[in-house]
Ligand binder design. Structure first.
Ligand code: GSH
Length: 213
């Protein structure tokens, strides 16, 4: 029987990982479909019809046929559907949302762009990489400050803000950011990694050739 959710994504994609991580932490079974970005599968009609922006991730809720895109919006949907990680009150939910918008605006470009440039997936001139690294560093330092004396980003329990932001921070070292001096951030990543159901990116999103049958 098909799982309730089908996640279409790419093994090296942070936004895809965020969704896989939520589903794993929430104990929701899901089917995973590889979208072959290097060959442009995401730019052609069969996929574009399902994901209007021509990006991964795409989440299909097989119980009602909904097709969802944009990782933060998908996380909000999953929090609604599962009743998990949505925050303990409306205030927490709204604060979690503010952090997710901040992540997309201030944190993600300074991590994902230099990472994918360094990995040769979308090459950039060195000075452009340098610009993103400066922006990303400022965001990581803000986050480290915000986590001083706190276990979680919002409230007293993990929320979709933690999952969303972890899905970026998990790639920061690959982007070239030194994380050792950011000790509040380090303790928070350890807490996320200790949650029941946690799995690292390569355990949830294997490249097709490495997938275990
Ligand atoms: N804001 C989007 C970003 C998604 C995104 O950047 N996806 C990348 C892979 S990590 C992608 O599909 N790239 C292909 C393209 O944009 O052409 C989200 O959070 O879902």
């Amino acid at each position: 029987m098909a799982a309730r959710y089908t996640l279409h994504g790419f093994w090296a994609s942070g936004p895809t990982y965020k969704i896989a991580l939520f589903l794993s932490l929430a104990g929701e079974a899901f089917d995973y479909v590889h979208v072959d970005l290097p060959t442009g599968e995401h730019t052609r009609p069969p996929y574009l019809v399902k994901q209007r922006f021509g990006q991964v991730p795409l989440l299909v809720d097989n119980s009602n046929g909904r097709h969802l895109c944009q990782s933060a919006a998908i996380l909000e949907y999953l929090a609604d559907r599962t009743g998990k990680f949505g925050g303990a009150s409306l205030d927490e939910r709204l604060t979690a949302r503010e952090w997710m918008f901040w992540e997309a605006d201030r944190l993600a470009p300074g991590v994902y762009r230099p990472r994918s440039a360094r990995a040769g997936l979308s090459p950039l001139p060195e000075e452009v990489i340098g610009h993103y690294l400066v922006e990303g560093r400022a965001a990581l330092e803000l986050l480290d400050d915000a986590l001083r004396g706190r276990s979680w980003i919002v409230g007293e329990a993990p929320t979709i803000a933690d999952i969303d932001i972890y899905g970026v921070v998990a790639y920061a070292a690959e982007a070239g950011h030194a994380l050792e001096p950011l000790q509040n951030l380090g303790r928070w990543t350890d807490r996320v990694a200790a949650l029941p159901g946690f799995a690292a990116p390569n355990a949830l999103l294997r490249p097709p050739s490495l997938r275990v049958l």
